[in-house]
Write a protein that binds this ligand. Sequence first.
Ligand code: ZN
Length: 231
Amino acid sequence: MSISGFVDFFQKGKTFRPKKKFNPGTMRYSLHKQAQASLNSGINLRSVVQLPEGEDLNDWIAVHVVDFFNRINLIYGTIAEYCVEETCPTMAGGPRFEYLWADGEKYKKPTPLPAPKYVSLLMDWIEAQINNENLFPVSTDVPFPKNFQSLCRKILTRLFRVFVHVYIHHFDRIVSIGAEPHVNTCYKHFYYFIREFDLVSSKELEPLKEMTVLICRDSSPVHQSSSQSQR
Ligand SMILES: [Zn+2]
């Protein structure tokens, strides 16, 4: 299966929001490049996610959160025109799961929303977090906030829900544009990453449990990481 059609599709600007970029010359930019290079070299995704020796865990999490946001955003962008109120009146993940939106501001109580609205609010919220320099400092001289890892847990948990919805409700579209290998690789990378640092609870992973076993079956049992914040 060719990935070039998928890439062309992306390059036509089908994404619905600009990609968050790292500033060249910064340490986080080189960490991002380093992570990209090991990915492209085709080495085992499970080892790719491990914290490189001497690197700061929060920096490592920060570059991954931004990368996953960009990539999942692109994936959703490819099916967005098929994910409308009529087809997806709720943010469902199959018949057993439905996500409710709450942001403590406009939506104080968990509220059922059509999937496109939910995803749009979710992506806006993540974008606001990663662009907030108090939460995601641009300079390495500025320390990460104390709640950084719990914030990233929340971001990744919400991003996972986009995978759930896309896989369960829009997989036919993904297959029809030839993007299945790309989406699976992105999922696998995401999954290994969140398991490596225990960033999404098993309960949240439930809707894609069976699929995960299939996609990630080439791997050894999940390695329990003891990595914690160094601060
Ligand atoms: Zn949908």
